[in-house]
Ligand binder design. Structure first.
Ligand SMILES: CC(C)(COP(=O)(O)OP(=O)(O)OC[C@H]1O[C@@H](n2cnc3c(N)ncnc32)[C@H](O)[C@@H]1OP(=O)(O)O)[C@@H](O)C(=O)NCCC(=O)NCCS
Length: 192
């Protein structure tokens, strides 16, 4: 993966149209901009209880209209980048990831990811995708800190984030209710 470091780049000098169409090839995945055609599949993944239990939003009320509105907002936002994750070899669409709430003054963003194709879990695709997006954020966007939150029962995600270099920053004790049990939310971050 070759990305040039835009050291000292100014926000107003950034070419958002170009950045928004970024495609990154990493070892196992290809990261490309999310397309409207992806939304049907994405909604199915977000609503799947086996996936949704790991996500910070409840998507049970999500429908095509809401999702298309979200997609239009994301497409023009300079504070969000949403990507589709494809396998490098078969070019199969397997999930999504993104940078959100970018704070350009403080050079930081939130990170989110979901591999929707469950038989691709635990095979290195998520870590590869996260690694690519982190590098893009640091090298192309000039960000210096990325933060995420993960529930304590999501051991696979925690392991994957650690492999990418995220470190535990804060633990919100017993603040998430799932299956009638209160679980910790772990805040992790990675710095440039
Ligand atoms: C979280 C997610 C992106 C990780 O991607 P992935 O491709 O599955 O993860 P990777 O294979 O890159 O890494 C997972 C690691 O956890 C390990 N692992 C798998 N299941 C595990 C478990 N139950 N407990 C502990 N470790 C586990 C794997 O062995 C691997 O570690 P290793 O490479 O040292 O062997 C993906 O699983 C996913 O999208 N899950 C559903 C949605 C979700 O949880 N999103 C994140 C919300 S914070």
């Amino acid at each position: 993966m070759v990305l040039n470091n835009p050291k000292g780049i100014k926000f107003y000098e950034m070419d958002f149209r170009k950045l928004k169409s970024t495609v990154i090839r990493n070892k196992k995945v290809l990261i490309r901009p999310l397309k409207k055609n992806d939304l049907y599949q994405l909604i199915k993944w977000l609503k799947d209880p086996e996936i949704n239990k790991f996500l910070s939003s409840d998507f049970s009320e999500l429908d095509t209209e809401k999702e298309e509105r979200w997609f239009r907002e994301m497409s023009i936002s300079v504070n969000d980048f949403v990507f589709a994750i494809e396998t490098q070899r078969e070019r199969k669409y397997i999930g999504d990831c993104g940078l959100h709430k970018i704070n350009w003054d403080e050079k930081k963003a939130d990170f989110g990811i979901a591999i929707g194709e469950k038989n691709y879990w635990g095979k290195g695709y998520g870590s590869d995708a996260a690694g690519a997006v982190i590098k893009f954020a640091f090298m192309k966007l000039g960000l210096e800190k990325i933060t995420l939150s993960v529930y304590e029962y999501n051991k696979r995600a925690i392991r994957s984030y650690k492999k990418c270099g995220f470190k535990k920053k804060e633990i919100l004790k017993k603040d998430h209710l799932y299956n009638n049990i209160y679980w910790d939310t772990i805040i992790m971050e990675i710095k440039v």
